[in-house]
Design a binder for this molecule. Structure first.
Ligand SMILES: [Zn+2]
Length: 181
C-alpha cells in the first residue's frame, strides 16, 4: 500500500501512515525501511538509515500527534504528556543560518531520523500554535482514521479524499436512496 499525502501538513501526513482497510487497521510503518521510505516520499530527506529504536520513537511521536489532533477536534486541551513529548522532540530541531553576500537562509539539519522527527514535531507545534488549529479535521467517514488540515476557502472539506471516502459516501447515499424507493 502506498503512503498517502492528503493532509496538507507534514504532521498530519505522518499520522496518516496508519490507515483502515477492509481487513482492519494497517500500519504502513511496518519496519525501519518503511520509515526511511516515508521520509523520502514526504520530501524530508533521502537515504536516512533508521533503526528499530528510531521506529519506536517515530510511533510514539505519531501517537502523541494523533491524540493531540483528537483533543483539539473535540475542543479539549492536549494532554500534558503529549505536550511534553511534542516540545521535547521539536526542541531537538537544529537550524543554521548559511549563505553569503546578503543572501542567507535558515536551514534545518535533516541528517538523521531524530532530526526529521524533530521537524515533524516542530511542524505540529507550529500548526497548533497558529489559527490553522481550527482547520484540523478528521475524515467524516466513521470507517476512516485519516486527518487533514482544511485549506479550502469555505472550510467545508469533509473527506480525506474524494477517491477514498467521498465517493464511497456518494455510492452509499445513492444506494440508500434507490433502496428506499
Ligand atoms: Zn476518509
Amino acid at each position: 500500500m502506498d503512503f498517502l499525502f492528503i493532509g496538507n501538513n507534514l504532521a498530519a501526513d505522518f499520522v496518516n501512515t496508519e490507515v483502515i482497510s477492509q481487513s482492519g487497521m494497517i500500519d504502513l510503518l511496518s519496519g525501519p525501511e518503511s520509515l526511511s521510505k516515508w521520509f523520502e516520499q514526504a520530501d524530508c530527506a533521502r537515504g536516512i538509515k533508521c533503526s528499530l529504536q528510531d521506529l519506536e520513537s517515530a510511533k510514539a511521536l505519531r501517537c502523541a500527534i494523533r491524540r493531540s489532533f483528537d483533543r483539539i477536534i473535540e475542543r479539549k486541551s492536549i494532554g500534558s504528556n503529549d505536550l511534553e513529548l511534542l516540545n521535547a522532540r521539536s526542541n531537538e530541531l537544529v537550524r543554521s543560518l548559511g549563505g553569503a553576500n546578503n543572501v542567507y537562509e535558515l536551514k534545518f539539519r535533516l541528517d538523521s531520523c531524530s532530526d526529521i522527527l524533530a521537524l515533524i514535531a516542530q511542524t505540529c507545534c507550529e500548526l497548533l500554535a497558529s489559527k490553522k488549529i481550527n482547520s484540523v479535521r478528521k475524515c467524516a467517514s466513521d470507517k476512516c482514521i485519516l486527518y487533514f488540515v482544511d485549506t479550502s476557502k469555505n472550510q467545508q472539506r469533509q473527506w480525506c479524499s474524494m477517491e477514498i471516502c467521498g465517493n464511497r459516501e456518494k455510492v452509499r447515499k445513492h444506494y440508500d436512496k434507490t433502496k428506499g424507493r
